[in-house]
Ligand binder design. Sequence first.
Ligand code: 5CA
Ligand code: ZN
Length: 412
Amino acid sequence: MQTWQSHPVPRVEGTPRPLRLFDTAAGEIRPTAPGPTATMYVCGITPYDATHLGHAATYLAFDLVHRQWLDNGHEVHYVQNVTDIDDPLLERAARDRDDWVVLGMRETALFREDMTALRVLPPRDYVGAVESIPEIVEAVAKLLADGAAYRVDDTEFPDVYFDHTATGRFGAESNYDGPTMNRFFAERGGDPDRAGKRHPLDALLWRAARPGEPSWESELGPGRPGWHIECSVIALNRLGMTLDVQGGGSDLIFPHHEFSAAHAEALTRQHPFARHYTHSAMIALDGEKMSKSRGNLVFVSRLRADQVDPMAIRLGLLSGHYRTDRSWTTDILRDAESRVHRWRTAVDASTGADARPLVAALRDHLADDLDTPAALAAVDAWAARTATGGESDPDAPALARAAIDALLGVAL
Ligand code: 5CA
Ligand code: ZN
């Protein structure tokens, strides 16, 4: 698939700091230690609706990971998928009498525009599930041949499932206990009651064709891919074992990332799939979880249509820590707009307060598990000193502007 437009990232003088990030599997903050090329896979959208602020917050968090690695001199190979075939897309298209392919294309195009406006650096590979079907079929066939997958005993719909005990490591990513796994599996797209499964927790790999549903011919018979195998295969075939970071929202900790890791580990007989499993927290609106059923979604594209400065949206979302569940409010947006204004005034000044300590503080805070509240406070303090007019460093505004751009992704 076509990715979105990139932009140059300024190099910033001084000494970068290696990035430390929270890892869900280890349950603690650990250093990332990429080689010359850092690898990251972040779970992309299911394009049946526009990008809301929750999605945006997730991609902004991983954009900061990308930027800290660039600052440390790494190349970054970033891969993201688009779940362009799945039940929610078909259900929405049916409800709206829309063509599911066109719906997916439309929402993906809008997502690219939103990401470009928010200055999220694009993935090198932006890959759809549909275009990956031949790769997925090959992987499912291998899992079947290896005994890690099986067909349910159903001649009409011979679906293929993954035996979740295949690697002996199931649970290593989420660390959830059995009841928690059962609950999230049922709530988040799993099918514990499907007849013929060996175990309620086994996950779908290949769904045999149903009347009226799109399907693809394959050596597995006509059908379409399950969800978790999509991400395993897209990541593995582009990045190989072992990813530096596997990312997404905290709603993906289980079952999605547990299974994408298990599939990849069963396919390669190596582990772990990722050195860090990193999850961003959920964004709510005025204290209520943003959800379609409550109708309280705030779309990035709606705010853009209302002429809201994308840099204010970006700063508003970064004003909370990425691992803290938090609400979006009009106050957050108003504060972010005023912050953009103060920062812009400071970097437009002819002289300012020495920006080298600010650059060091930004690097320290961001390297510390992306501590954006502290990073933003450091820029606030620098801007306030500069605003007094009593500071005389002629190089400071340009250095601050470059650091805010490169490290926080905010163009002033
Ligand atoms: N296509 C799958 C991943 S393979 C999917 O979850 N799509 S999604 O459109 O539902 O979500 C896209 C990304 O946004 C995922 O990483 C998800 O974890 C994240 N996300 C969804 N809702 C929120 C929210 N309210 N706050 C923060 N992140 C969210
Ligand atoms: Zn995914």
